[in-house]
Write a protein that binds this ligand. Sequence first.
Ligand code: SAM
Length: 226
Amino acid sequence: MTDPLSIRRLYGRAQGHPLRANAQRLVEDLLPKLAVPEDGALTTERLFGDNRPLAFEVGFGKGEHLAFQAARHKDWGFIGAEPYLNGVAGLLADIEAGGLGNVRVHRGDALDLLERLPDDSLSSLYLLHPDPWPKSRHAKRRFVNPGPVDLVAAKLKPGAEFRIATDHVGYMRHVMMVMQHMADFEWTAEAPGDWQRIPEDWPDTRFAQKARALGHDVWRLIYRRL
Ligand SMILES: C[S@@+](CC[C@H](N)C(=O)[O-])C[C@H]1O[C@@H](n2cnc3c(N)ncnc32)[C@H](O)[C@@H]1O
């Protein structure tokens, strides 16, 4: 049987240009202090020492959205997973600059971490501009597919939000198609323009900015866990 989480295999790049001295320092000194433990259950108690609400960002890129949310909700805990080392270094720089004590970082696959969270433990999950895998023969590599989305459903608390952004029209259609069959979620849009509205607690990421600069649309979809 094929693994329902077969996108677990990482296809993206693990590193870009060589790290500058400050980024290297952050990866060597700060990352070990903030890294998610390598095994065992990931309870908020274990990660933050208390029972605070928990949010998770899949593929945070350079981390600007995650740092924004962590600064806005200092009483929440945040976990970010991103295999791209230069991106991890970017998040670490924001964490240091903002004095953020409420973020834990994983350099690697998001699904590995999601599986280790207790069920019903997340208050939000962000998936912003996931790799679109535009060719239909690669569609099974997209994060939004029944296997990963079932896992997300298991980890979100009832009422929690699953926020998705994409600037790829094919991915947007794919999301809508997959999600309309997922009985655990409702789409929160009420009016046709809702998905292009910019909520004030949802800043554009680097990928969104690049897309807009090219004149492309950016779609934002918010699904609520039932
Ligand atoms: C198109 S980029 C978007 C980055 C960022 N979210 C933004 O909007 O600027 C997609 C990101 O997903 C990351 N990614 C790919 N597969 C992943 C996985 N299995 N787990 C976590 N992140 C992943 C890539 O490394 C890449 O940084």
